[in-house]
Ligand binder design. Structure first.
Ligand SMILES: [Mg+2]
Length: 362
């Protein structure tokens, strides 16, 4: 979905989304109309750093940004950076270079930093405006603190890893949030509207979900089959692979494997992990070329890396959810099965979103 800027009216959409709706979206910080903000009674500018003021990890400010800040100071605005960065020295340098204040504190969307900044300048929330590039931190945090937010387009594609996960959520929110756009400055409705006009069964996303489920089923068969093969069938040095490996593991690291009552219990986590990695590769190949129809080889390694990151997190989630539900409801007869079902569903949704918006993003 392409970037759109303009004023938002949250009354146009469901209240579920209101916490994420900015007052305005701008192509860049220097496109924000300072005079208009001043006329509306805003006196305190709260600014995000990375990808709003300057590129992530960089400290060379674009000329337009510097002159925008000079204009803000000339109008009489108080300016304060709100940042939870761990690179305090960089933040201090940036604040000194720009001649602005900073507050640090808990991660946005916590209200803490916003409250600190209002305190510092003795301003009410109506007098402040937050400007940042992320819906889930800058905009949500400001809205929670009762401060209007302006959402700016991120300066650059380079971002912190955690931010990229936020962006996946942000991409999901953009559809509903753009419905609240009242005075679009630049609109490119052609592609999404064409897609929306199609009957449900012909939409790309439905096709992708169906294919994703088919691929998931083949990976499940591979996973279960290989696990069975590794644990129960394959021989190795005069015994079963699982027993031989388990005996060796218990001998090599008795401390770690003391929980294992039998040799194969020591080897099972490793063998199931190996089966899962092979099954993940099956999913990678088919979801890449068939489900999400990714063409070209240039990006392949990056896709594989991102795919495995998503899948391994999913694998861990699967374990945690299954055992969590099992432990909570262990008095019920089918607690383990219930845990497996819920985990399978949650992880399938996680993997689909992770692959579509992250691993195989364009
Ligand atoms: Mg940012």
């Amino acid at each position: 979905m392409s970037w759109r800027s303009g004023d938002f009216n949250r009354a146009q959409i469901s209240s579920v989304f209101h916490p994420f709706v900015p007052a305005h979206a701008a192509d860049s910080l220097h496109e924000v109309d300072l005079q208009k903000l001043w006329d509306r009674g805003k006196r305190l500018l709260l600014l995000d750093v990375d990808n709003t003021l300057v590129q992530w990890r960089k400290e060379d400010f674009p000329g337009e940004i510097l002159s925008w800040l000079e204009q803000a100071k000339a109008l009489g605005f108080q300016i304060c950076i709100v940042s939870n960065t761990r690179r305090v020295e960089r933040l201090t340098r940036i604040a000194a270079t720009l001649g602005v204040s900073t507050v640090r504190g808990r991660f946005k969307p916590s209200r803490q930093m916003f409250a600190k900044a209002l305190d510092l300048f003795d301003r009410g929330p109506q007098e402040a405006i937050m400007i940042g590039d992320q819906l889930l931190t800058d905009v949500l945090g400001a809205n929670r603190a009762g401060i209007e937010a302006i959402w700016v387009r991120k300066m650059d594609a380079h971002e912190f890893g955690g931010t990229r996960i936020n962006r996946m959520m942000e991409n999901l929110l953009r559809g509903p949030i753009y419905q609240a756009l009242v005075t679009p400055v630049d609109e490119t409705p052609a592609a999404p509207d064409l897609e929306r006009a199609k009957p449900l069964a012909e939409r790309t996303i439905i096709h992708q979900i169906v294919k994703f489920c088919v691929v998931g089923a083949t990976s499940f068969v591979i996973d279960a089959g290989l696990t069975y093969l590794f644990v129960k069938v394959l021989p190795w040095h005069g015994g079963l692979l699982s027993d031989t490996l388990g005996n060796w593991l218990r001998g090599a690291a008795p401390g770690i494997f003391k929980y294992a009552k039998t040799p194969d219990a020591a080897a099972t986590p490793i063998l199931t992990g190996a089966a899962a990695l092979v099954a993940m590769f099956n999913s990678f190949v088919w979801n890449r070329s068939w489900t999400f129809e990714v063409r070209g080889k240039e990006e392949q390694l990056g896709q594989l890396r991102r795919f495995y990151a998503v899948s391994i997190i999913g694998f861990v989630m699967n374990d945690l959810i299954t055992s969590g539900i099992y432990n909570r409801f262990r008095h019920m007869k089918n607690a383990l099965l219930l845990g497996k079902f819920v985990a399978a569903f949650v992880v399938a949704v996680w993997n689909f979103i992770g692959q579509r918006f992250y691993a195989f993003r364009h």
